[in-house]
Every structure is written in C-alpha cells, then in structure tokens.
Ligand binder design. Structure first.
Ligand code: UDX
Length: 441
C-alpha cells in the first residue's frame, strides 16, 4: 500500500515509521523544512526509544520518505492519514484549523480514489466535517472514504505500543474502507475493533478521560490515606486485584501531565457542554489534578515556610519518565512558585533539560546528575520517577544541608529512608523521620 501521513508530531511520525516497518511505502509530510531535513537523515525531532533506529532502517530500505510538498506527498497515495495537531484553545476546546487545512489540501491534490484516515484526536463530528470540506473542494472526479482511527500510544513506549497495543479502533461508514484499513494494520497483530465514525471519535476521548479519572481518583484516595495513616500503595494493590478495577493507572502522584490527558479532558467537557450536558465528574477530575500538581509545594511550605535563599533540588522535569516532553508537567508550576518564593533551584532531568531551558525561568540552574543537584541542598523534591533518580546513590542524602526529601512519585522504600535517617515525605504514605522537624526550620 502507498500511504501518506500529514503531520510528523508524536502521532504522525510514529504512525508513519511503524507503517513503513511493516512493509508499506510511506511518505510523511510536514511544513517545517528544518524538521523534514533532519528526519530525512534518520533523526527524530522527538525523543522516543527505538524510533531513530527504525527510521534509519526504513529510509535505507526506500520505504520511508519525508517531504514538505503536499502535492508530491499525496502522489499515488491509496491512503492518507491526517495526524496534525489539535491544540487546546483558550476555552478548552480543540483547535481544528490544521485538520481543516489538510482536508482542503487533500481535496485539491488527489487524483485517484483515496481513503482519508483521521489519527488526530478530534471532537465528535469532525470526521463528517472533514468529509464535507473534501467534497466541497475536490478538483478531480474521485471517490473519498473517511475513516476515524484514533491513536492510543503512550510517549516513551510508542513503538512498543504500535506493535502490542490493546486494540486498533476503526470507525467508518464504508465496510470496504474499514476492511482495507484492517488489512493495512494486520502485520501489527493487534485486534481491530470496527465501529461507526462518531463512536470511534468518542472512544478516544472517553478512554483518556477514564484513565485521567482513575489517576485523580487514586490521588484523592492518597490524600485521605495521608490523613488516616494508611498507605496508598497497599490500597491500590488491594483494589487492583479486583479484575473489574484493574491494577494499572492507580499510581498516586503529583497528577497527570503531557500532551493528551490535560487537553482531552478539557475538550470532552467542552464537547458535552456544546450539547447542553454538564460533565460534572470530569470537571472534578480536572480540578483534582490541578490541586495535586501543587502537592509538593504545599508539603514543602509546611516544612520550610520561608524559602528565601534555600537551595532546592528538583529531580525530574519531564511530565513522566522516558520522554523529553515538558507539556503540562508539574515541574512548570513548581518552579514558578519556588522562584517567586525566592528559592534557589538546582534541577536535574536526564533528557528534558534542553526543553526545560526554553520553558522554565532563566533563574533555574541545571545539574548533570541527580547527585550533583542534591548535594548541599536544603530539600530535594522528586517530580518524575526516572531510573536515574530511583537509583540515586543513597549516600548523597548525607551531603545535603539537611536531609529533607519530598517525593511526588514514591520512588523510595519507607524502611530504607528511615534507616538512612532522611526526613521523607511521599504521596499517600506515612511520613518518615518526621520528628526531626524540631531541629530544622
Ligand atoms: C496517554 C494515554 O495513556 C495514551 O493512550 C494516549 O494516546 C495519550 O495520552 P501519555 O500522555 O503518553 O499517554 O502518558 P501516560 O503514560 O498515559 O501518562 C500520563 C500522565 O499520567 C503522566 O503524567 C503520568 O505520570 C500520569 N500517571 C499515569 C499517573 O500519575 N499515575 C498512573 O498510574 C499513570
């Protein structure tokens, strides 16, 4: 099959590369010339384990191409994937300008019957809009079928997810188009679930909203655990043994970030609002997440009310491990507030530092290792559970000005911290060596 993919963000690039890996000829189209030049050399603009190697292999096998020219990119394509961004507008709704522009480009360029597949996360009804735009603007007499094929990959394990996902959702009005998309995806060996277009669009939002709900739920449970001296990890494990609940996405922490959950939850609230339905539960989920992102600051404030001149180690800046993505990361809120309070920040992240420098205050200092950040600090805050942080040399806690560790990702065992004589506060678990407080303020 000859496939074109428009947009080489996370979703587009991983889709294009994975489809070429299973034998299709794929042309990825992006308007950013710099990016396209880099990708032609097998250099991915995003950090994703295994992606560069897979890109290079398929470029060398003449199965994977990159271009800035839509006309050239669409030439001879049997299937065109739309994978451009749908950023959040000020009111929380999804901005569809890029998707609509691609629909116009497709209509004015295609010369043969084509299946147009929407990968971008779009509100219910968008695929019908795409269909209308294409039909109004079609230049040649060709047949166009529309398919909704939402993406469920996770950053940091995107390649793994493409080949071992739980399902591939295909929404279409045409059984024939759905069959072709199923056939294209067959080598992935992932179950294909066929449905109508609107339900496919809804499955994406409902899935992300449900996962976000699970996270906010366990975060609230963790807040209660702290107040009743229970341990949220024990609670989550016991809950997760019930197959109806499931053990995944029950890790309490400092809230969800990234490019999907924050944006998609707000967009679904909007989608509901547009049809006069107030999604009360999801509004709660969003509010809880906002509060949870400030958890470490509150814990720190309680312990060190005056942060002026205090040296604070910030461990982990990305919204989760194995990515350099800083979008909606809790580290943004945390640094802003620490700087405002006059603290001196020494931050460490194994991968996201370059992105962080463009987003965070210039006042933030960066260390080359977790140990370097922690050394001589008055408190260490853990924001992302990178292996480099979980496996930090424990002796470094002895080199702190005072061994106060506030952990937003429950990276360490309580017993270990007790023995190390570290004052340790984590999420939804009892505080350790809390009685040292008296000697340090
Ligand atoms: C998510 C969805 O998982 C994926 O299916 C969708 O396509 C895009 O959005 P992603 O944003 O890459 O993927 O990351 P994910 O691993 O789901 O984590 C999202 C956020 O939730 C992170 O900030 C993570 O730290 C947080 N999280 C996740 C928790 O706090 N607790 C958990 O138990 C799981």
């Amino acid at each position: 099959m000859k496939i074109s993919v428009v947009g080489t963000g996370y979703v587009g690039l991983v889709t294009g590369v994975s489809l070429s890996e299973i034998g299709h000829t794929v042309t990825c189209i992006d308007i950013d010339e710099n990016k396209v030049n880099k990708m032609r050399q097998g250099k991915s603009p995003i950090y994703e384990p295994g992606l560069d190697e897979m890109m290079t292999k398929n470029i060398e096998s003449n199965r994977l191409f990159f271009t800035t020219d839509h006309k050239q990119g669409f030439e001879g394509a049997d299937v065109i994937y739309i994978a451009v961004g749908t950023p959040e507008k000020e009111d929380g709704s999804a901005n569809l300008a890029f998707v609509e522009q691609v629909a116009k480009d497709i209509a004015t360029n295609i010369k043969k019957d084509t299946i147009v597949v929407t990968k971008s996360t779009v509100p219910v009804g968008t695929n019908h809009k795409v269909k209308q735009i294409i039909h109004i603007n079609l230049v040649n007499d060709v047949k166009v079928d529309i398919v909704s094929n939402p993406e469920f990959l996770k950053e940091g394990s995107a390649i793994e997810d493409s080949f071992h996902g739980d399902r591939i959702v295909v929404g279409s009005e045409s059984a024939q188009a759905a069959d072709i998309i199923e056939e294209i995806n067959k080598p992935f060996g992932v179950t294909v679930y066929k449905t109508d277009i609107r339900s496919a669009e809804m499955i994406k939002y409902a899935s992300n909203a449900f996962l976000a709900t699970k996270i906010s739920f366990i975060n609230e449970i963790s807040n209660i655990c702290e107040r009743v001296d229970a341990n949220v990890e024990e609670v989550a494990e016991g809950m997760g043994m019930d197959k109806r609940i499931g053990s995944q996405f029950l890790k309490a922490g400092i809230g969800y970030g990234g490019s999907c959950f924050p944006k998609d939850t707000k967009a679904l609230i909007q989608i509901a609002g547009n049809v006069d339905y107030e999604f009360e539960l999801l509004k709660g989920v969003v509010n809880v997440n906002k509060k949870q992102q400030a958890l470490l600051l509150n814990k720190l404030n309680e312990r060190l009310p005056d942060l002026k001149g205090k040296r604070i180690a910030l461990l982990g800046l990305a919204f989760k491990p194995n990515t350099d993505d800083m979008r909606e990361a809790a580290s943004i809120v945390v640094t802003e507030n620490l700087i405002k309070a006059g603290a001196e920040i020494v931050a460490f992240d194994p991968i996201a530092t370059e992105n962080a420098k463009t987003l965070l205050s210039e006042k933030v200092n960066y260390a080359e290792s977790a140990e370097e950040a922690i050394k001589g600090s008055d408190a260490a805050l853990i924001l992302t559970e990178w292996d480099e942080i979980k496996n930090v040399n424990r002796e470094v806690f002895d080199t702190m000005n005072y061994p106060l560790v506030i952990d937003g990702r429950n990276c360490f065992k309580l017993e270990e911290m007790r023995e190390r004589r570290v004052e340790y506060h984590s999420v939804g678990r009892p505080s350790i060596n809390n009685d040292f407080k008296k000697i340090y303020a």
